[in-house]
Ligand binder design. Structure first.
Ligand SMILES: Cc1cc2nc3c(=O)[nH]c(=O)nc-3n(C[C@H](O)[C@H](O)[C@H](O)COP(=O)(O)OP(=O)(O)OC[C@H]3O[C@@H](n4cnc5c(N)ncnc54)[C@H](O)[C@@H]3O)c2cc1C
Length: 468
């Protein structure tokens, strides 16, 4: 019998397994596909790196550097160029840098004078009552005005969640933002007081957390974790369900249509919510409904390589995001070459363009080739490119990123109640406690502590999301 079984070998599953194995637990990581890494996938396109999932992470937790050090990945670990701090937003077909300091804000053409005055009113706006049923859009409209919502938050939310701010819950999707209001009465006040407190504690804020990747792409991390766990990982094993037995669980897996039982004292399920719902359906019909209704919009990730001499726009930033109001067929693009090495050379630049998400999922009613042609036409117009791409490659994620929508708290309560009733089965994955790479790594340590306490000390600890 295994002590612990982890379902899913994405970043959450692998990082949790890593801490457990290091601590001497007998574990198995069960993965339905033939590869590990889940959403993290690096491909080669021509001579360049193309990350079809996350292209970078933010160093929001010291655990990232701990993993990098312990896995001896220091030679591979890279920080983004300083210029990547500059991010553009499209307004009236012109790319405007997002202002990063008060002087740039005053002179910025991204916001009108009226919009700027409205933003400056923020410290005088009172607190709201409840964040769980308040959308990100309502929160921002109230505190900072419609223009800031349209030209900063709407594109930002599509850059993080591929989401729609009208539907995401501010408290579940952006708990730090909500907490600034809750604790300090406002965002500006919170940022100033928070910065003073962090200075006292010598901590970094998420805004100042450095962006990182690996020379050979994000999958360096998951591949390295997988190598460490090579004796524990079972590929091509699809978990069908979990059955409770006296003092143990049976994990029923399907390998080429034959079923196998793996016994364990505790299980962490990190598969996407819609698969987790199926796996646990017989144990809890209510949880099934709650997890199965989490929306994962489709996202097309398109990598295009152009000759540098044909590009009129200076490549001096991270890339650009497109507000919904601008009525374009895509969400934004990353200028890979100006962020990390290996994403371009003196002759060619590589761009990653994002299409779809919750804001424009209906675009996928069109033929994929038609979508790509429209998107490239618009992209070339914005970037002042007067040629076709030298080469394109793409990945369509039919279900990309879980949306922490209004009322997500009901789902979070259902997860907590399930774990209390079925002690020994733990729920993880990016539909709980944050979607970012940093969140998955932070959560892996929380999962490790909960699992190890349950197996070693027979102690059940409730899941608490870490917000810092
Ligand atoms: C297109 C895209 C771009 C992104 N960009 C960024 C970014 O730039 N920065 C950032 O911080 N984050 C980004 N993210 C988010 C981040 O990559 C993910 O949230 C994170 O990688 C999720 O890891 P996970 O282990 O929780 O889940 P997953 O990666 O989904 O892993 C779950 C694993 O479970 C397996 N599985 C499913 N069902 C079963 C079953 N029945 N039995 C066994 N195994 C099963 C799956 O095959 C998969 O390997 C992006 C995500 C996407 C999709």
């Amino acid at each position: 019998m295994e002590e612990i079984v982890i379902v899913g070998s994405g970043l959450t599953g692998l990082a949790t397994a890593y801490w457990l194995k290091k601590d001497g637990f007998k574990i198995k990581v069960i993965e339905s596909t033939s590869v590990t890494g889940g959403n993290i996938k690096t491909e080669k396109h021509q001579n360049f790196i193309f990350d079809t999932g996350p292209n970078s992470g933010l160093e929001t937790t010291p655990l990232i550097k701990k993993l990098v050090d312990e896995l001896q990945l220091n030679e591979e670990f890279i920080y983004a160029n300083k210029s990547a701090n500059k991010r553009y937003i499209l307004r009236n077909n012109v790319l405007h840098p997002l202002p990063l300091n008060p002087v740039d804000f005053i002179f910025s053409k991204l916001f009108s004078t009226k919009g700027k005055f409205r933003i400056l009113m923020e410290p005088f706006i009172g607190k709201s009552k409840d964040g769980y049923y308040q959308s990100v859009a309502e929160f921002v409209r109230r505190r900072l005005g419609q223009e800031f919502l349209d030209y900063a938050i709407n594109p930002f939310v599509s850059g993080v969640f591929a989401g729609d701010p009208e539907n995401l819950s501010v408290k579940s999707a952006f708990p730090k933002l909500y907490r600034l209001e809750e604790l300090y009465g406002g965002l500006f006040k919170g940022m100033i007081k928070g910065a003073k407190e962090r200075k006292r504690r010598a901590e970094k804020s998420k805004q100042s957390a450095a962006m990182f990747s690996f020379k050979n792409g994000m999958s360096v991390l998951t591949k390295s974790l997988s190598y460490f766990l090579k004796d524990e990982i079972l590929l091509n094993h699809r978990v069908e369900k979990i059955v409770k037995d006296t003092n143990k669980f049976k994990v029923i897996t399907n390998i080429n249509n034959s079923l196998k039982e793996i016994e364990a004292k505790a299980i962490l399920v990190t598969a996407p919510a819609y698969f987790t719902a199926e796996i646990l359906k017989d144990l809890d019909g209510y949880l099934f409904n709650q997890l199965n209704s989490i929306y994962y919009p489709p996202v097309l990730v398109l990598n295009a390589i152009y000759r540098k001499e044909k590009i009129g726009q200076a490549l001096d930033g991270f890339g650009f995001l497109i507000p919904e109001k601008e009525n374009k067929s895509f969400l934004g693009a990353i200028w890979n070459d100006s962020i990390f090495p290996n994403r371009g050379d003196e002759n060619f630049a590589s761009f990653t363009i994002f299409v779809g998400g919750a804001r424009q999922a209906e675009i996928f009613n069109k033929d994929l080739n038609e979508i790509i042609n429209i998107v490239l036409f618009e992209f070339e117009g914005i970037m002042k490119i007067n040629s076709q791409p030298e080469s394109i490659k793409y990945k369509l994620w039919e279900k990309a990123i879980p949306q922490y929508t209004i009322g997500y708290i009901e789902k979070e309560f259902a997860m907590t109640a399930f774990e209390q009733r079925n002690q020994g089965i733990f729920l993880g994955g990016n539909y709980r406690g944050g979607i970012s790479v940093g969140d998955c790594i932070k959560n892996s340590l929380i999962h490790y502590e909960r699992l190890s306490n349950f197996v070693k000390n027979n102690l059940f600890i409730e899941y608490t999301r870490e917000i810092n």
